[in-house]
Design a protein around this ligand. Structure first.
Ligand code: ATP
Ligand code: MG
Length: 571
C-alpha cells in the first residue's frame, strides 16, 4: 500500500482533552476520530488493527467450536421486560424515543444480547440432542455509559464479541463447566495472540448469575478497576472479589469504659476523627442499607470501605440500596451521621471481620450530636454475623499470608457461568431422554474488540509512539523511501514492497516526497514493527537499513538479504 494512495493523518501535537496514552496516541497516529462523546470513527489505519483483532477472535472462537450468527442492535423491549432487566440496566439501556406508543417507544438498543439469544434458543433448541451449542457474534453494542472516557476504552458504542453457550447439565461431558473451560482457554489464546499482557482473575458474579466468573485484565493506569494480587502471583482477583486474611486482635486486655461524648455537627469519619483526635482506623463506620426491602446495617472500620458485592453475597440478597434519611432516623432515633451499633436491636447487622477485633472504638451514639468512645464489640454490642465485607486495602494480606499489591487495570474480557437465570425467566427449555422438560444451563462470554486495540497500546508504547504487537499492527512493515526522485531508490523500494507483500505481509510504502525526519517520526508514531529505509546513500554502499520499532536496532543489509531478515524478525 502506497502512503500517497492511502489515508493517513498524523498529528504532532497531543490533543489536550486526551489524558491516557492510548487515547493520545490513537488520535495522533490517526487511528480514530471522535464524532460525539463516546462514539468514534475508525480511520483506515485504526480499522486495520481492529479488523486484525476481529480476525484473531473469530479464528479462535471457530476453533473452540462456537458458531457465528449476527443479531440486531434493535431489540423489542418486551424481551428485556421478561428478564426484569429494564430496571436492572437503568440508564445504560438506551431507548428510542417515540411519539406516544409507536414502535419506537418499545425498542431498545442492545447493550448485550442474553435476552435475544435466549429467545433464539427458546425457538430453535428443544431437545437434549441439540445441546451443547455455543453461538457467537461480533456486533456493535450500545450503552448509556455515564462517563465515556479514555478514548475507545470506554465508549457508548463499541464492538463486542459475545458468545452464549447452552447445556443440559453443569458437570460432565458437554456440561457448562466444560464449555466454560473451552471459552476460558480460547480467551487465553486470543489475548496471547494479540500480544496483550493479561491476567485472568476471579470476578464477582453477583448473588445470582451462577457460581463462576473470570475477568481478563490488562494492567494500566488508564483502567478503572483494581487488580489485587500477591507479589508472587499466587493469588489475583478483582478488587470487587479480593479476599483478605483476617486482621489480628491487638487488644491489651484493658478495655476502656463506654463514654458518651458531644460532637455537635460532626457527622463524617473525617470530622469526628479530627475533633476527637482519633485515627479513622479506631472508628466504626455504620452504614445503613435497604437490602431486598429490609433494613441492613454494615459495620466496617472507619478507614475501610464496604464492598457491596461481598456484602450482597454474605447477606444473600439481590438488591442493596442506601437507606434514605427517614429510615435512618426511624432506626437510630437520630439525624444522619450519628448511627452506631450500640443499643440497636431489631435490625440485621453484619460486621466486617476487622471490626470484631477492635478495642476502644469510636462510633455514633444513635443520638443527634453525640458519639460514643470506649466501644468494645462483644461487650457493648453483640455481633451475630461477621464476615469479610470490605475492600482490600494496602497492608492487607491474602488468605495465603502473602502481602497484597494493587494495580489499576482494565477488563478486556469476561467469562461467566450464567446458570438458568435467563432460561427460567424466558422459558428456554429442552426435553431430556425421558421427555422431561428442564431449563437450559447457560454461559456467556464477552470480549471488547476496541478495548483490545487500546489496551495493546497502553501496554506497549514509548515517547515516540505506538509499538504494535506484530499480530495486530495496521501494517507489519514500512518501506521508507528517502529520495523519492531517485529512480533506483524507487525501484528497490517497489521490489521490496512487492516481495514482502507476496510473502503475506502487509506493507506500507512511504512514497511521500518528505524529509527523512518527518517519515521516521511518522513511522515511529504509527508504530509499524519493522522499517526498511531505502536511500541513495545506502544504495551506493549496496545496503538498505532494517530497523525494529521495539528496540530501535538497525541492521544494514543488502536488499536481497533484507527480505529474509524481515521474514525472520516477524515470524
Ligand atoms: P466495565 O466494568 O469496564 O464497564 P463490563 O463489566 O460492563 O465492563 P461486560 O458487560 O462484561 O463489561 O462486556 C464485555 C466486554 O465488553 C468487556 O470485557 C469489555 O472488554 C467490553 N466493554 C464493556 N463496556 C465497554 C465500553 N463502554 N466501551 C468499550 N468496551 C466495553
Ligand atoms: Mg460496564
Amino acid at each position: 500500500m502506497r502512503w500517497t494512495q492511502f489515508f493517513i493523518v498524523t498529528a504532532k501535537e497531543t490533543p489536550s482533552d486526551a489524558v491516557v496514552p492510548s487515547h493520545q496516541l490513537m488520535l495522533r497516529a490517526g487511528l480514530i476520530r471522535q464524532v460525539v462523546a463516546g462514539a468514534y470513527t475508525y480511520l483506515p489505519l485504526g480499522l486495520r488493527s481492529l479488523r486484525k483483532v476481529e480476525a484473531i477472535v473469530r479464528e479462535e472462537m471457530n476453533r473452540a467450536g462456537a458458531i457465528e450468527l449476527h443479531m440486531p442492535a434493535m431489540h423489542p423491549i418486551e424481551l428485556w421486560e421478561q428478564t426484569g432487566r429494564v430496571a436492572a440496566m437503568g440508564d445504560v439501556l438506551l431507548r428510542l424515543h417515540g411519539r406516544g406508543e409507536d414502535w419506537r417507544s418499545r425498542t431498545v438498543l442492545g447493550p448485550t444480547h442474553e435476552e435475544i439469544i435466549t429467545e433464539h434458543a427458546r425457538t430453535y433448541l428443544n431437545s437434549y440432542k441439540q445441546l451443547p451449542v455455543n453461538f457467537y457474534q461480533i456486533q456493535t453494542k450500545f450503552r448509556g455509559e455515564a462517563r465515556p472516557k479514555s478514548g475507545v476504552l470506554r465508549t457508548r458504542e463499541f464492538l463486542m464479541k459475545d458468545a452464549y453457550s447452552f447445556h443440559t447439565c453443569k458437570e460432565g461431558p458437554g456440561g457448562l463447566d466444560e464449555g466454560y473451560q473451552a471459552m476460558y482457554d480460547a480467551y487465553c489464546r486470543i489475548f496471547s495472540r494479540c500480544g496483550l499482557p493479561y491476567v485472568a482473575v476471579e470476578a464477582d458474579s453477583g448473588p445470582i448469575g451462577g457460581d463462576a466468573s473470570h475477568e481478563f485484565m490488562v494492567e494500566t493506569d488508564a483502567g478503572e478497576d483494581f487488580l489485587v494480587k500477591t507479589d508472587d502471583g499466587s493469588y489475583a482477583a478483582n478488587l470487587e472479589r479480593a479476599e483478605v486474611a483476617p486482621v489480628a486482635d491487638a487488644g491489651d486486655g484493658q478495655d476502656e469504659p463506654l463514654k458518651l461524648v458531644s460532637t455537635p455537627g460532626h457527622t463524617t469519619i473525617e470530622q469526628v476523627s479530627t475533633l476527637l483526635g482519633c485515627a479513622p482506623s479506631k472508628m466504626i463506620k455504620t452504614i445503613i442499607y435497604v437490602a431486598d426491602g429490609a433494613p441492613l446495617i454494615a459495620l466496617v472500620r472507619g478507614d475501610h470501605n464496604v464492598n457491596e458485592a461481598k456484602l450482597k453475597r454474605v447477606a444473600r440478597v439481590l438488591t442493596l440500596e442506601p437507606a434514605d434519611p427517614a429510615l435512618i432516623k426511624n432506626l437510630t432515633e437520630a439525624e444522619v451521621g450519628y448511627a452506631g451499633p450500640v443499643g440497636l436491636s431489631n435490625v440485621r447487622i453484619i460486621a466486617d471481620q476487622a471490626v470484631t477485633v477492635m478495642h476502644d472504638a469510636v462510633t455514633g451514639a444513635n443520638k443527634t450530636d453525640h458519639h460514643l468512645t470506649g466501644v468494645n464489640p462483644g461487650r457493648d454490642f453483640e455481633i451475630r454475623e461477621a464476615a469479610d465485607i470490605r475492600d482490600a486495602v494496602p497492608g492487607d494480606r491474602a488468605k495465603n499470608g502473602r502481602p497484597l499489591t494493587f494495580r489499576k487495570c482494565i477488563e478486556v474480557g469476561h467469562v461467566f457461568k450464567l446458570g438458568t437465570k435467563y432460561s427460567v425467566a424466558m422459558g428456554a427449555e429442552f426435553l431430556d431422554e425421558k421427555g422431561a422438560s428442564h431449563p437450559m444451563i447457560m454461559g456467556c462470554y464477552g470480549i471488547g474488540l476496541n478495548r483490545i486495540v487500546a489496551a495493546a497500546i497502553e501496554a506497549s508504547h514509548d515517547a515516540n509512539g505506538i509499538i504494535w504487537p506484530a499480530s495486530i499492527a495496521p501494517f507489519r512493515v514500512i518501506v521508507c523511501s528517502l529520495d523519492v526522485r531517485e529512480a533506483e531508490v524507487m525501484s528497490v523500494s517497489q521490489k521490496l514492497h512487492d516481495e514482502l507483500e507476496s510473502a503475506g505481509l502487509d506493507v506500507l510504502w512511504d512514497d511521500r516526497d518528505q524529509r527523512p525526519g518527518v517519515k521516521f517520526k511518522d513511522a515511529d508514531l504509527i508504530g509499524v514493527p519493522v522499517r526498511i529505509t531505502v536511500g541513495k546513500k545506502g544504495l551506493a554502499e549496496g545496503v538498505v537499513e532494517v530497523t525494529t520499532r521495539k528496540d530501535g536496532q538497525i541492521r544494514k543489509l543488502a536488499p536481497e538479504q533484507a527480505r529474509a531478515e524481515i521474514l525472520r524478525l516477524l515470524s
